[in-house]
Ligand binder design. Structure first.
Ligand SMILES: Nc1ncnc2c1ncn2[C@@H]1O[C@H](COP(=O)(O)OP(=O)(O)O)[C@@H](O)[C@H]1O
Ligand SMILES: [Mg+2]
Length: 372
């Protein structure tokens, strides 16, 4: 059993986003790597509907769908009422029973309602430490459109593109299609501004593809990004830290498919990782410095994976996106790059927990009230 001194770690997984299943895969590895001698681990599964569940063997229950024996729990935004509470139904209504204290949350949740600043908002209100970016970093990292504006403002190159709303697409489809075609020749890429794991991303080869792609992206977000397609090599860098972040060596992904689609990411083991990425040293150094600049520009904390596209035809580099809660399985790029840079998976998790506590202490120095 754990001694009382052990840090209580709340691991959150599942969630309401299209990346629920991916989150379960990442969580399996994180749970396996947390040292039970050091930490008391409290598993919290979030259903597709958004119900938080705790109890015994939560991860297995979430995987199998047999969640009947789990108990609904909640974490209150009131910082004076700390801890995870069970919601117990009684004849007089719902009662809150204290279930566990949480020192640090690890949100192993990709995409909407986990990686986008909303959950981070709850943690901030509650005053509890958590792994990863804060509200702003998470929200800007999640929104591909705003993210590109911030990169451009910082002189970091991004692929040309523009944003349309679902409304514009519904009301003036021809205008949207014309404007998209003015970006350059096909292929063009369409994607939801807020999503991940390539859900809703389409490589469009002609006007009818483009229309289909836009409609598909519009299923997942109110705002849709259209970009010029790059004949791309995909290079990624892991960043770790708060005030003084460090960058890993770069890695390259060679997707088995035509682009790095959902299928290629999770269901096709022919996608290959090259660590380190076979690129010149100066290029690697530029990318590492640029990854850190991007990380700082969006006020990231804890961790992020910074993804670049290298145009095979022109040799130009573009910063594609930042993932503030990157894939975290043992074979995912984020931990693999740290492993290759000398930081094994379990130590990486330890470091992320330290960074979460450090950030909480730093935030606690802020005076929220103005007293004269
Ligand atoms: N402008 C582009 N040119 C070429 N390939 C792209 C472009 N945008 C996206 N892709 C391809 O689609 C994949 C998913 O797009 P990305 O923007 O990274 O969204 P996600 O957050 O879903 O990973 C990329 O890894 C890449 O293979
Ligand atoms: Mg991506």
């Amino acid at each position: 059993m754990n001694s009382k001194e052990n840090l209580q770690i709340g691991v959150l997984f599942g969630g309401r986003s299209g990346e629920h299943e991916v989150s379960l895969m990442s969580a399996r590895s994180v749970l396996g790597a947390l040292d039970p001698e050091k930490y008391a681990i409290i598993q919290i599964g979030i259903t597709h509907e958004g119900t938080w569940l705790a109890g015994d063997n939560v991860h297995e229950a979430m995987l199998s769908g047999n969640t009947a024996q789990l108990k609904p729990v909640t974490y209150l935004p009131d910082p004076t009422r700390k801890g995870l509470h069970i919601l117990r139904e009684t004849e007089h209504g719902t009662v809150l029973d204290h279930f566990a204290d949480i020192d640090v949350f690890i949100p192993v949740l990709h995409g909407t309602f986990g990686e986008d600043g909303t959950l981070q908002g709850l943690f901030e209100l509650a005053g509890v430490a958590y792994v990863g970016a804060g509200v702003l970093g998470a929200a800007v990292g999640m929104d591909k459109a705003i993210f590109k504006d911030v990169m451009t403002a910082n002189g970091i190159p991004v692929v040309e593109g523009f944003v349309v709303s679902r409304g514009q697409l519904q009301n003036q489809p021809e205008t949207v299609l014309d404007r998209a075609e003015a970006l350059g020749s096909y292929p063009l890429f369409t994607k939801p501004a807020n999503m991940g794991s390539s859900v809703g991303v389409t490589k469009c080869r002609n006007r009818s593809d483009l229309y289909e792609g836009l409609l598909d992206a519009a299923r997942f977000d109110r705002r849709i990004l259209i970009e010029r397609g790059i004949n791309a090599r995909e290079i990624e860098i892991s960043v770790l830290g708060n005030a003084d972040p460090i960058a890993s060596i770069p890695g390259e992904i060679r997707p088995a498919a035509d682009f790095y689609s959902y299928e290629a990411k999770y269901h096709d083991d022919r996608s290959e990782l090259f660590i380190p990425a076979p690129i010149p040293t100066e290029t690697a150094e530029w990318m590492r410095a640029t990854a850190i600049r991007a990380y700082r520009a969006i006020d990231c904390a804890g961790m992020a994976r910074v993804d670049f596209l290298l145009d095979r035809d022109t040799g130009e580099f573009y910063l594609n996106e930042v993932n503030t809660i990157p894939g975290f399985t043992q074979i995912s790029m984020y931990p693999k790059l740290w492993e290759a840079s000398g930081l094994p998976y379990p130590q990486l998790i330890d470091r992320l927990i330290e960074l979460a506590l450090e950030r909480r202490r730093e935030r606690d120095q802020t005076e929220w009230r103005y007293e004269r």
